[in-house]
Design a protein around this ligand. Structure first.
Ligand SMILES: [Zn+2]
Length: 374
């Protein structure tokens, strides 16, 4: 970027000098024809300055990048302090809830296995910048619960509640900054997000606006999960879908000015084939929305954005393991990895793929990215 600005400056300077030469030495009339020649000549000298700096080479044999591989996008729901669930707890509670201690342990294991955090937006734009030789992992959190993220008041200031997943991530990030700090929170703004009444312990604090802004300021992303956690198959008309998706965006704009959701998580993992166009985009009371990616409730890793079968409106996720571990949840996938796993080349502008995996690359999906094979 800097180099480009320098080139423009040089060119502008050359134009001024050229013009001055023409003005000083020009004798009017027929002389005007010499001016373009004078202004055109500096261009070739300015051109090399515009060349971007070369990326330092990486040892492909050592780092073995494969950007045609699969990425785990993990879906989390709720967290509790207890390390064992209550005996009377429902099966779905046990499937969708874990302890903070488990979550902390998981971060450490992912780090040791060579995983590094990336964001949903970097995935959607195929601009994954994880260090060369490392595997990206994406965290998503559905339903905007207080155990994912919440604030308390301390000495008159809002701080992250130590009893929430974000606090665990912040602590881990302090010790391991190279792990990264990313995550997308799919919110339902029909209810106050990241908040619950508390009868014991420190009361939660902050307004919806303060909590969302705080989360965004920490570098996390916020995504759309409908206004009221609506089951899309129940929708009978476009208006209902646009109300649920569009009103959530409208309320977000009211709370955090200019914050546009870029992705959407299907409530209950269910969709509406007939009205799907309105899940992707629409207008509610003059507020337009457009989802660049739609994530599902699934059971396997997401394929690379360059894969011929990649569909941004059907992105697979893996359920974060709850108290009740099950086949095809995240722990299962960590124990039963599937080839190929996405391994980064460290350069978001280059897509590096071993030659034997070239069939997993649709070149029309590369956009402005350069393809490198080895
Ligand atoms: Zn949900």
């Amino acid at each position: 970027m800097k180099m480009k600005r320098l080139a423009v400056l040089l060119l502008a300077l050359a134009l001024i000098v050229g013009l001055e030469v023409a003005l000083t030495h020009g004798l009017g009339g027929g002389e005007s024809a010499s001016a373009p020649a004078a202004t055109a000549s500096p261009e070739p000298t300015a051109e090399p300055a515009a060349t971007p700096e070369p990326t330092p080479p990486i040892d492909l044999e050592k780092t073995k990048p494969n950007e045609a591989g699969e990425i785990p996008i993990v879906m989390f729901h709720a967290f509790v302090e207890e390390t064992e669930p209550d005996e009377s707890a429902s099966t779905s509670f046990k499937q969708y809830t874990q302890s903070f201690a488990y979550f902390k342990d998981l971060l450490g294991r992912l780090y040791d296995m060579g995983y590094r955090m990336t964001s949903m937006n970097d995935f959607l734009s195929n601009s994954i910048a994880v260090e060369a030789g490392y595997k990206p992992v994406i965290f998503t959190f559905d339903d905007s619960s207080a155990s994912q993220f919440s604030l308390i008041e301390e000495n008159g200031e809002l701080v992250v509640n130590p009893q929430c997943a974000v606090a665990v991530m912040l602590d881990f990030y302090k010790e391991h900054p190279d792990f990264g700090l990313e995550g997308t929170f799919y919110v339902n703004l029909g209810a106050s997000p990241f908040y619950e009444e508390r009868t014991e312990g420190t009361p939660l604090a902050g307004t919806a606006q303060e909590r969302l802004q705080y989360l965004i300021d920490l570098g996390f992303e916020v995504g759309n999960h409908t206004y009221s956690h609506y089951s899309l198959p129940d929708a009978r008309d476009a208006e209902t879908v646009m109300y649920e998706v569009g009103k959530n965006q409208a309320v977000m704009y009211d709370l955090v000015k200019d914050y546009t959701f870029t992705s959407f998580s299907l409530p209950f993992g269910s969709t509406t084939p007939d009205l799907f166009e309105y899940v992707k985009g629409g207008v509610y009371e003059g507020v337009a929305y457009k989802n660049l990616g739609i994530v599902e409730v699934g059971w396997d890793p997401a394929i690379s954005p360059v894969n011929p079968d990649y569909n941004p409106y059907s992105i697979h996720r893996i359920r974060g393991t709850g108290f009740l571990a099950e086949d095809c949840d995240f722990e299962w996938w960590l124990k039963n990895p599937r080839d190929p796993i996405y391994v980064s080349d460290g350069d978001p502008d280059i897509v590096t793929v071993p030659e034997s995996y070239l069939s997993l690359v649709d070149q029309s999906k590369l956009g402005t990215k350069q393809l490198r094979t080895y």
